[in-house]
Design a protein around this ligand. Structure first.
Ligand code: FDA
Length: 326
């Protein structure tokens, strides 16, 4: 019941202001967000790496409103890649990006007087889709130069055709570019078949957005069943499956499906979020699994934080308690 309410609040500016200003918020946010700037996150990457864990880094932010913000997002990732290069961490840390932060959802009237001319895109481009592609391409190229890659996160269902088209375009030059698919969407088994056949790196997750019944399964056990069907497609396919879940049942089913598909431990990986089930992360790594921790940082943490609250009501309780005791 609470989940959908929190997810609705994650898109409300009024709630954003209230939550951001509440006493005690910072302390709870710190459980899920690794810091505000690159310098905060570097020691965390080093620590995770020393513990045998790999990382995917997310500079938090989404739903931007100006083209300048999309350039700032691109530059924040380029700065991050520069630091990883200096520190020699390129091979242990990949990046996760939300294309909405790169301009995908901006309504841009191209070709009109005062329309947008996107720099670095080889001439005039139109629309948020093109803007996002032209912003993310240099990030993917810079990641490849230091021996790592980028995964495109999956946002709400209205953005996915654009995300998959950008993924396909980027893979022409950078085949290691990954993308995310969400088990709760009816479309996802078809997407999984296509991506498994073309050898993509694919992260499968349950799905974290508030989606209508016309496009998404609403019943949790049914989402889990879909997740298993999709994992099977990915494990039996040509690509590289990335199992994004904290659910112990799904993790053990993934291990069994990988075994049946004849995949060695380096032919798939597990992924979990920073701050969630850390002991399980260590356990899987100690067993020889590739375990990657999705580590988010940055100042625009609101949407990411609210999705973490929605996933587990106990987090909300903890949050409310910490406000009341301040
Ligand atoms: P489930 O929600 O059933 O949780 C299983 C158990 O894990 C819980 O019982 C609890 O113990 C623990 N747990 C889960 N979430 C928790 C939380 N927030 N706080 C504390 N404990 C928690 N979604 C999306 O739509 N697009 C995306 O691109 C991504 N990307 C992504 C990357 C990675 C690496 C992960 C792990 C997840 C995502 N997600 C995502 C989020 C995903 O869709 C989903 O909402 C969460 O992973 C929670 O689902 P679980 O599979 O963990 O199962």
């Amino acid at each position: 019941m609470l989940g959908p309410v929190i997810l609705a609040a994650s898109r409300s500016d009024k709630m954003r202001r209230l939550v951001s200003a509440a006493p005690g918020t910072k302390q709870v946010v710190a459980r899920f967000i690794a810091g505000e700037i690159v310098d905060d996150v570097v020691p965390i990457v080093q620590d995770l790496s020393n513990r045998g864990l790999e990382v995917t880094l997310d500079v938090v932010g989404e739903d931007i409103t100006t083209v300048e913000q999309s350039y700032a997002a691109r530059d924040a990732y380029l700065e991050l890649i520069g630091r990883l290069k200096e520190l020699g961490l390129g091979e242990r840390a990949e990046m996760s990006v939300k294309l909405s932060m790169f301009g995908q959802s901006l309504k841009i009237e191209g070709g009109e007087p005062g329309g947008l001319s996107v720099e670095g895109g080889g001439g005039r481009r139109e629309g948020g889709h093109e803007l996002a592609l032209s912003n993310v391409r240099p990030v993917v190229a810079a990641a490849a130069e230091i021996g790592t890659t980028v995964t495109l996160d999956a946002e709400d269902h209205t953005t996915l055709d654009s995300m998959f088209a950008i993924h396909e375009e980027l893979r022409k030059d950078f085949p290691q570019t990954g993308c995310v698919i969400q088990a709760y969407l009816f479309r996802t088994e078809d997407d999984a078949r296509r991506l498994a056949a073309n050898g993509s790196r694919v992260r499968i997750v349950k799905g974290a957005y508030k989606e209508p019944a016309e496009v998404a399964i609403q019943d949790k056990p049914e989402i889990d069943k879909a997740y298993v069907r999709i994992m099977k497609i990915l494990m039996e396919g040509e690509g590289y499956p990335m199992i994004g879940s904290h659910d112990p049942r799904l993790i053990s089913i993934a291990q069994e499906l990988a075994r049946r598909a004849g995949r060695k431990l380096d032919a798939y990986e597990f992924q979990m979020l920073y701050g969630i089930r850390s002991e399980e992360q260590n356990r899987l790594a100690a067993e020889g699994h590739r375990m990657r921790v999705y580590t988010a940082y940055g100042t625009d943490w609101y949407g990411y934080f609210m999705r973490r609250l929605a996933e587990k009501p106990a987090n909300l309780l903890f949050f409310v308690r910490s406000i009341l005791t301040k």
